[in-house]
Design a protein around this ligand. Structure first.
Ligand SMILES: *[C@@H]1O[C@H](CO)[C@@H](O)[C@H](O)[C@H]1NC(C)=O
Ligand SMILES: *[C@@H]1O[C@H](CO)[C@@H](O)[C@H](O)[C@H]1NC(C)=O
Length: 311
């Protein structure tokens, strides 16, 4: 049996193993990202908890759509992929899986809906209610606008209508253009109550209003932020943070503003202030560990050298 190693060697080995475990690189990816898949993510949106505005964070997150990352808007009725965001017009466009388009039509078994408490409202989308039970609501009900019936005729020229159990070019009294659309008291587009089986929603008719293959499908929503509820973060602190390459977020206590910088640190100002100069460094356990290991990294060879002298 080998004699036990002398105590200084044991210490040294322990130190070296500690040293090697502590040199694993600190995370370089920040908690909050400025893209999600192909979508640019800016305030008030965020890619996860603590990112963007606390008013938006419960409703919008970055998740996987099966092939890649995508932003989703969540509500009590479902989770809807975000197809585009216009930061200049404060508009977000969703492509709900329950929505039909010219190329793909299917009965909608779930209602589209928004949470009343969320900062989103239906914008200028045109809903086309499809496969409705005649006699159609279109002439009798105030919700249908007969002056847009040509849109129904156009959409019913899409071969996909057969998937709704309808013949190609079905009678247009089974379709209703619901514009401007309103959600009901529960925040939902209740197709069953309107006796319709499916819906399409059109954001833009493109160059040729009678060519449904080139319409832009989706549900456009306006979002609002700013003012007292938001502590004016969007207009003041956040723009400085974003222009310095940071991502705006919030943290306890009180969901105060933080600027999440690429270097893996947070500030309450912006990322152009370097770590050493920054008086507002936001401490948390992971950053504290990072500092500890950084100084350990520096000190351990000196300590090891000291122990070598002892040997
Ligand atoms: C999933 O997200 C990626 C990246 O944003 C996008 O390119 C792709 O079209 C999405 N896939 C589906 C099925 O929506
Ligand atoms: C920075 O803030 C984000 C968002 O609140 C948080 O997820 C992350 O853990 C914070 N990072 C550090 C190093 O404090």
């Amino acid at each position: 049996m080998a004699p036990p190693p002398p105590l200084p060697t044991l210490l040294l080995t322990t130190l070296l193993s500690l040293f090697s475990s502590s040199t694993s690189a600190p995370p370089t990816t920040t908690a909050c990202r400025d893209t999600c898949g192909s979508t640019q993510v800016k305030y008030p949106f965020g890619t996860g908890h603590g990112c963007g505005s606390p008013l938006f964070s419960p409703y919008v997150t970055c998740g996987s759509n099966g092939t890649g990352d995508q932003l989703f808007l969540k509500s009590h009725t479902g989770s809807y992929p975000v197809s585009s965001i216009s930061y200049t017009t404060s508009t977000i466009t969703l492509s709900p899986p329950s929505m039909s388009t010219c190329s793909s039509m299917h009965p909608s078994s779930t209602n589209f809906g928004l949470d009343w408490t969320s900062p989103f409202q239906i914008a200028s989308s045109t809903f086309l209610l499809l496969s409705c039970q005649p006699p159609t609501t279109s002439l009798s009900s105030p919700i249908c606008d007969p002056s847009f019936d040509y849109l129904c005729a156009s959409l019913y020229s899409c071969p996909a209508v057969v998937a709704l159990g309808l013949p190609l070019f079905p009678p247009s009294n089974t379709c209703c253009v619901y514009s401007p659309a309103n959600l009901d008291g529960k925040g939902e587009l209740d197709l069953k109550a309107m006796k319709c089986g499916a819906y399409a929603s059109v954001v833009s008719l493109g160059d040729n209003p009678t060519d449904p293959t080139h319409w832009v499908y989706g549900v456009a929503l306006k979002y609002s932020f700013g003012g007292a509820l938001d502590n004016n973060y969007g207009t003041t602190k956040c723009s400085g943070c974003e222009s310095s390459g940071g991502v705006c977020g919030f943290a306890p206590p009180g969901n105060g503003f933080v600027c999440v910088c690429k270097g893996g640190y947070n500030t309450s100002l912006d990322c152009s202030t370097t770590f050493n100069q920054n008086q507002d460094y936001v401490w948390d356990s992971s950053s504290a560990n990072h500092i500890f290991f950084t100084s350990w990294h520096v000190w351990s060879p000196i300590l090891a050298g000291f122990i070598f002298c002892l040997v």
